[in-house]
Design a protein around this ligand. Sequence first.
Ligand code: 3HC
Length: 686
Amino acid sequence: MTSPISTHKHGSTLIVTSNNPPVNALGAAVRQGLVAAIEQATGDDAIHSVVITCAGQTFFAGADITEFGKPPVMPWLPEVVDIIENCPKPVIAAIHGTALGGGLEVALGCHYRVAVPSAKFGVPEVKLGLLPGAGGTQRLPRVAGVPKALEMVTGGGMIGAAEAASIGLVDRLIEGDLVQHAVAFANEVKDIRPLPKSSERDDKLAEARANPAIFADFRKANARKMKGFEAPELNIQAVEAALAKPYAEGVLDERRLFMQLMSGSQARAQQYFFFAERKASKIDDIPAYTKPRDIRRVGVIGAGTMGGGISMNFLSAGIPVTIVEMAQDALDRGTGTMRKNYEATAAKGRMTADQVEQAMGALTPTLDFSALADCDLIIEAVFETMEIKKDIFGKLDKIAKPGAILASNTSYLNVDEIAAATSRPQDVVGLHFFSPANVMKLLEVVRGARTESDVLVTAMALAKRIKKVAVVAGVCHGFIGNRMLMPRQVEATKLLLEGATPDQIDRVHVEFGMPMGPFQMADLAGVDIGWHRDPTRIENIRDALAAEGRWGQKKSAGFYDYDEKRRPSPSPRVQEIIDDFRTREGVQKRDITDQEIIERTLYTMVNEGAKILEEGMAQRASDIDVVWVYGYGWPVYRGGPMHWADGEGLDKIVAGLKNQEQRMGSDFSFSQLLLDTAASGGKFTR
Ligand code: 3HC
């Protein structure tokens, strides 16, 4: 097999090139090739310097994640980085694309780093539940300083080349041919001794030592962001070791902490999720050569919260939008909100004033429905009523140009029925955005019975363009996400009658790692959502709350009472309502354990997920996990409901559900797939 690493001489410089598509991951062959190249340079007196560079779209994007969990193949990456740093001749990293994780660690092992202005740098290991384990936690603070290193190792984000240069992570920014300039740079530095080694630097550590509170302050400031995750804390501990110990001892701490994380369930879940997210974009039964349709202008019907948020996604990606409303005041209100949201982003420094104008300038607000005629994709985002949707799609059918994609943002309704209102059901698809639509990463792409393959491929490609993660769902009530929410909601409400409090149920969910529990979510979204609006018709607890105007946070009262700072407290009035209902329904009050809450609200979700799978409404179990992590904030360190269930043991899930089966009554029925998979000792996701 040919090595992904090749070398050639340019004068007295040895140019070492990695060609390991798609991202130059540092797999075994790359590591072996790098070591051989350094040995070649060391043994050749005619070589005075080495340039390490990568072919293709990027510099090394990190260790090869597919090797994790398999028997290790030597040399290890930490050893490779040490060998590079100990090369007696200057080694220069020539960086383009993204130098990530182990890739940045290789660059830190080099004596110098040069980069093109578009290059990006980061240590995203924390997102895989890990830490930079090839000396990165020890070298990065020495080169970039402790505050920046802490931010990078715990956040996992990327910094640009200009910033990298300003903090000393990059020695020179290069305009023009990267390798040519890197060789010129190598010639400039070839005689400088001693060679600058990242592991031997102390200047930036000394700066940090002057501020003994640096770690405590960092932990405090980031406590909320890091809550529940193991990796950020261990990343901090590794950087602490860099400050407290000599390099040779610090790397031993790094290794120990790395192994601790690698053997834990969070790293397994987060690495699983990395691949789950990438798999989600693939549609198994559509050939890879299927060409997407050209989308140059998007139309949005409805300028409410959803329509506005949806439009912003396209405008931010530079795609012009025509937005249609029925009345001028609604149109003005909608576009005003969009501008306000953009301006708030600009105020936080995440957009320039020019970019705000550019985005808003690409928006065409109108009351004229026929203005949608030149749109390539039209998304309907109006009330969740079948009759209204059918009426709109019937009208669209008459004015949309041939080949235009007609999409509904429905969150529950039957996309096939909507498609049947047109003469072109093959062009109709569901595009279910999650609120707030300009923020949430998830997009459910609902595949109708007659949706054409290229329509789906277009939707998936477009999702990438607007930086969303798309998952394909089949036509069923609530698709993947909301369908699984239903059993959770039903059981949570029944548990109130049986003796649990909203506070207890929400606490169990928050302790599990969800951003909020079912009742906190109801208060945030609005208790009145989907309410029949008849205060005399009180059929359940929710109706009773809605009838009293307890519509949630917006009314300072819902399942909780809220003070002027929107801080919740348990509501005696809500407890009264619950108690009344209990009496009315003749339900016996009893103590509810936290375990029962888990079994009835989380195990039931897993059961529903299994039904979705067996009905073919999701392509794969990992897609369900992607929906729940990106749509509802399921803690990624638990991988998603299906991965979590696998970890718990499907036999335990089945046993828990059997425990509760009688209490759940006719609201519950087992998924045969769950029963069968549990019985055979199988798993959904591995
Ligand atoms: N190892 C193995 N495969 C990888 C990989 C890696 N580090 N990074 C990406 N890939 C694969 C993806 O799975 C995908 O495969 P597919 O085509 O079969 O689905 C393919 O490369 C392309 O990836 P993307 O779809 O993500 O391509 P993008 O162009 O959108 O993004 C990227 C490129 C920014 C490099 C992104 O892939 C990425 O962020 N990769 C992960 C980087 C990372 O986490 N590095 C740290 C690794 S851990 C480490 O280094 C440990 C060390 O400290 C010891």
